[in-house]
Design a protein around this ligand. Structure first.
Ligand SMILES: [Zn+2]
Ligand SMILES: [Zn+2]
Length: 132
């Protein structure tokens, strides 16, 4: 992947750029992602911090649990990123905020057992269980 992946929030106050290939792309069906995004599930792109930067504006940081923060636009509310407190070398970015989300391909489901069956009946991706 040569061209950077770029994206931003709904109101365009916050913009970002990802260089290089994502290290992981997948759908998270956990209840916290569902609430944070107001969507049945969230597709995440995991990238190394060294390959990620905000190019316009600064997101607001919400401590969504004791272990992690979620970053969102303070004006329009778009959820943009997720970070584990103990993994500062990583950023997880919401694929839905990419300018061209079709450029990334999800590989796995996580928290599949808490999906909403009426919304997500099936897909062809394997499931990966997350401990803790
Ligand atoms: Zn915004
Ligand atoms: Zn989740």
């Amino acid at each position: 992947m040569n061209e950077p992946l770029e994206g931003g929030c709904l109101c365009a106050r916050i913009r970002y750029r990802i260089e290089g290939a994502p290290r992981w792309v997948g759908h998270c069906h956990c209840s916290m992602c569902r609430r944070a995004a107001g969507a049945p599930y969230v597709t995440w792109i995991s990238v190394k911090s060294e390959n990620f930067r905000w190019t316009r504006g600064e997101p607001k940081v919400h401590a969504s649990s004791a272990k992690a923060t979620r970053l969102f636009c303070p004006d329009c509310g778009s959820q943009l990123a997720f970070r584990f407190n103990d993994k500062p070398h990583l950023y997880d970015i919401t694929a839905g905020t990419l300018d061209d989300p079709a450029r990334v391909t999800p590989k796995e489901n996580i928290y599949w057992d808490t999906r909403i069956p009426a919304h997500i009946t099936a897909n062809d991706l394997p499931e990966r269980r997350i401990e803790g």
